[in-house]
Write a protein that binds this ligand. Structure first.
Ligand code: FAD
Length: 507
């Protein structure tokens, strides 16, 4: 195991994609075995030293940034141990790109795609990463079959999905050393949104493994994961389609989403009935991805993609799985829907070729990257929202975003996962005054999302940046319940200090 204490050796571990400044740490550990992690945690517990778990630090809420204490980096846990027909076993430090390449080489498919593929699998589990494809395939949680973890006291736990469930509001877990941990679960209801990454997972019959998925480095160090793999889709039809009128764009999204859900429901019932009617060749709209770009985003991207048309109000990037027999039929259906909603079809881009598809995905990725570059240039922190609201509230929430942002005269882009009613408004202040104004506006958006029954974080999590807003979303009582849950695993509150909870909960 490597142990580092020199300033220059530690500096990369004090920052992540949030640009949150001020991180510091006394010591960095780069362990290679579970036993080494256990020893570090036992000593940290005995001396009440805070420990921050570090993945690839692509997180956007400062979760991996230490404010004192020690850092454990999982970078040496980088082995892909097994890839089978329908599952993979990986160590937590495996980089998503490496897993995706290995899976692809076996003609298989791992759906979670949090846009930024340089993250570690452990980081994606700890944040329950989702992204564009979650519209059809769900978030990382849906692919986690087994976890090996080291608890804050150095004990080991192996959890397999489907083996341990909550009972009357409690979960009981047997550790490898033979101890039983009894955990009281928080009693809040999750907001009625398609995606939620705010706080510990809640469900009436909770699978114990789900407590650790999305727990943001506060309950355990994840060391090994078994993940579900799917068959690789034969092909994809993709399009980036432009609109001159925002109402047309929103109506198009509504209808594409409604038809996609109907198709899925029908396919699920056919599958359940084990019916011979199932025919992958029947063309019916069923989007895997529905992504939005506002007018400002398109102007931003135009620098890298000059072919982006001018004088349009917004664009949608969609994808759908295809097989050879239904490609033409599907193209026709999408085309009809786009015509109905008055898309700028002649200026739009469509493809079924793998090469162009990669280009379209690059188009999607180019935006957050370009935004981050601008942030560095401006020397100000980006203020980015991650809220989602219930279906029926989405149009009014988008209107609220735009009205307030336009009034503010701040630079901004709005883009993201419109299929899940989940957009990112990124405000790009250029001066300290603008940064202040942007923070104020962010608070207004948080209040509005909560008032509409939404969540303050649909995918990036709470980390250190949003703990005060988690408090606003759930209130004192439920935050106390979450803190009680954490204490059941981590009585001294050493792990992931500052993530999710503000200082008063763990002093
Ligand atoms: C350009 C860009 C676009 C992005 N788009 C998306 C998106 O669309 N959807 C999305 O969900 N995310 C997105 N992200 C965020 C990011 O990629 C994810 O949060 C990622 O899952 C974090 O993985 P990581 O290895 O970088 O973790 P880190 O940033 O290192 O850590 C994140 C959190 O997980 C904890 N952690 C890390 N590894 C472990 C472990 N082994 N055990 C226990 N805890 C651990 C850390 O303590 C921290 O709290 C984006 C980021 C960037 C830079």
């Amino acid at each position: 195991m490597q142990v580092k204490t020199q300033k220059d050796e530690l500096e990369n571990y004090l920052i992540d994609a949030s640009n949150l400044a001020g991180g510091f740490s006394e010591k960095l550990f780069i362990p290679e075995t579970n036993d080494e992690i256990a020893e570090i945690l036992q000593e940290a517990n005995a001396r009440k030293i805070h420990v921050t778990v570090s993945g690839a630090r692509t997180g956007t809420v400062g979760g991996a940034i230490p404010f004192g204490g020690w850092v454990i980096s999982l970078e040496k846990f980088n082995r892909i141990k097994e890839i089978n027909e329908d599952y993979a076993v990986v160590e937590s430090g495996v980089i998503l790109t490496d897993l995706q390449r290995a899976v692809e080489a076996r003609n298989l498919f791992y759906p979670p795609d949090p846009t930024e593929w340089s993250c570690q699998i452990g980081g994606t589990i700890a944040t329950n990463a989702s992204g564009a494809r979650s519209f059809k395939y769900g978030a990382t949680r849906d692919y986690v079959r087994r976890l090996s973890i080291v608890l804050p006291n150095g004990d080991f736990l192996n959890l397999r999905r489907g083996e341990a469930f909550s009972n009357n509001g409690f979960v009981e877990l047997a550790t490898e050393s033979g101890k039983t941990i009894r955990v009281k679960l928080p009693t809040y209801d999750a907001p009625n949104v398609r995606k939620n990454a705010a706080g510990y997972f809640a469900a009436e019959r909770l699978d114990a493994i789900d407590l650790f998925v999305g727990s943001e480095g506060t309950l355990s160090v994840i060391t090994e994961i078994e993940l579900t793999l799917l068959e690789k889709p034969a092909g994809f039809l993709s399009g980036v389609v432009f609109f001159k009128d925002e109402t047309d764009l929103l109506n198009f999204v509504d209808e594409a989403r409604r038809i996609s859900f109907e198709t899925r429901k029908r396919n699920a019932s056919i599958l359940l009935a084990n019916s011979s009617q199932q025919d992958a060749g029947v063309p019916t709209i069923d989007a895997t991805v529905l992504e939005y770009f506002d007018e400002n985003s398109l102007k931003f991207i135009k620098e890298k993609f000059p072919e982006t048309p001018e004088d349009v109000r917004g664009a949608i990037f969609f994808e759908q799985e295809t097989v050879e027999e239904n490609e033409d039929g599907l193209f026709e259906q999408w085309n009809n829907l786009l015509e109905k909603h008055r898309a700028e079809i002649d200026d739009s881009w469509f493809t079924t070729s793998e090469r162009d598809l990669i280009k379209m995905r690059e188009f999607r990725h180019a935006l957050p990257v370009a935004v981050n570059e601008r942030v560095v240039k401006n020397r100000q922190r980006k203020i980015g929202t991650d809220m989602a609201v219930p279906d029926e509230r989405f149009a009014s929430f988008l209107k609220f975003y735009k009205q307030k942002l336009n009034e503010s005269r701040l630079d901004y882009v709005i883009f993201g996962h419109i299929g899940d009613n989940h957009l990112h408004a990124n405000i790009l202040p250029k001066t300290d005054d603008e940064a202040q104004k942007a923070k104020h506006l962010y608070g207004r958006f948080i209040a509005q999302a909560i008032m509409l029954g939404g969540t303050i974080s649909a995918e990036h999590g709470i980390g250190k940046l949003k703990s005060k807003y988690l408090y606003v979303q759930y209130g004192e009582r439920y935050l106390n319940e979450m803190a009680e849950l954490k204490r059941a695993f981590d009585p001294n509150g050493i792990l992931g200090r500052g993530n999710m909870f503000d200082a008063k909960f763990f002093t």
